[in-house]
Design a protein around this ligand. Structure first.
Ligand code: CP
Length: 299
């Protein structure tokens, strides 16, 4: 693997080979199943999961990944930390480093939060989702899920639509970078006011026209907690409804959590809906992908 980065902050820092190397290692961990890694590369190391925003998938999968690699970890959550008394993100991280943790996994509302921490500490920092800017471990696990589904090393020749609330998504920007680096064409789909024009790829507000051309769709959650506003016809125009799903044979993804009945119909979201529903496969890939990242940076 050519990548020697100390931190995992953005997929923009990795090249194609770096990504494929991590994805191959993640695939190895997936093939190994729920086993603990025998070489225990994180033995005697403690990782801090610093989550200033809520999370289910990312936080739990980092915990499981750390333990499968033989390490220990603990969670520091925004509402129960001294951040609630005004302590800054960087001061919080410096205190964790002073306690001897081997790395910091951080989820925060500030776009630059993880990189600001990385500039101040001497231990690896992993971006577990920052603001509306980046969620690079999610994008890498999505790539792992897709390549295993397509049976390929990368995503050359694939065309993936990212659909929904692009503007408030931490996933969309990382996935545009990651999918493009792996050779896929990406089209962003959504209402005009949720479609930023700075992502350097095709955009459309005609979901049906795009759906007929793509080999996979990533449905995104409408982020009401970030004040996203959508019209009453959002589901009809941009939802993966049962009607649309019935005529679509490509991969169906959603990073979660889902607004069932809005961006994705209940019966489409259910894993038994089809063999090309990859939503829970993404979650499984998340543990293996985070094992690969932790092993590379800290192991
Ligand atoms: N996909 C994702 O980041 O989910 P969580 O917010 O639950 O971690």
């Amino acid at each position: 693997m050519a990548w020697n980065g100390r931190h995992f902050l953005s997929l923009a820092d990795l090249n194609h080979e770096d990504m494929v190397g991590l994805m191959q290692r993640a695939s190895h961990f997936l093939d190994a199943g729920d086993r603990f890694e025998p070489s225990a590369p994180l033995a005697e190391k403690i990782i801090a999961n610093l989550f200033m925003e809520n999370s289910t998938r990312t936080r739990c999968s980092f915990t499981i990944a750390t333990k499968r690699l033989g390490g220990g970890c603990f969670d520091l959550l925004g509402e129960t930390s001294s951040a609630s008394k005004g302590e800054t993100l960087v001061d919080t991280a410096l205190n964790l480093e002073a306690m001897g943790v081997a790395g910091i996994v951080v989820r925060c509302s500030q776009n630059d939060g993880p990189s600001e921490i990385s500039a101040c500490v001497g231990i690896p920092v992993i971006n577990a989702g920052s603001g509306t800017c980046a969620h690079p471990t999610q994008a890498l696990l999505d790539a792992v899920t897709l390549t295993r589904y397509f049976g390929t090393d990368d995503l050359s020749g694939q065309h993936i639509a990212i659909v929904g609330d692009i503007a408030h998504s931490m996933v969309a920007r990382s996935n545009v970078i990651g999918l493009t680096k792996l050779g896929a064409k990406v089209t962003l789909v959504g209402p005009a006011d949720l479609l930023p024009d700075d992502l350097n790829c095709d955009t459309s507000s005609d979901f049906d026209a795009v759906l007929s051309k793509v080999s996979g769709v990533m449905m995104l959650r409408v982020q009401f907690e970030r004040n996203a506003q959508v019209g009453e016809n959002y589901r009809e125009k941009f939802g993966l409804t049962e009607g649309r799903f019935a005529n679509f044979q490509g991969a169906v993804m959603h990073p979660g959590p889902m607004n069932r009945g809005l961006e994705i119909d209940d019966n489409v979201a259910n894993i038994e809906s089809s063999s090309h529903n990859l939503i829970l496969s993404q979650v499984t890939s998340g543990v293996a992908t985070r094992m690969a990242i932790l092993e590379h940076l800290i192991g």
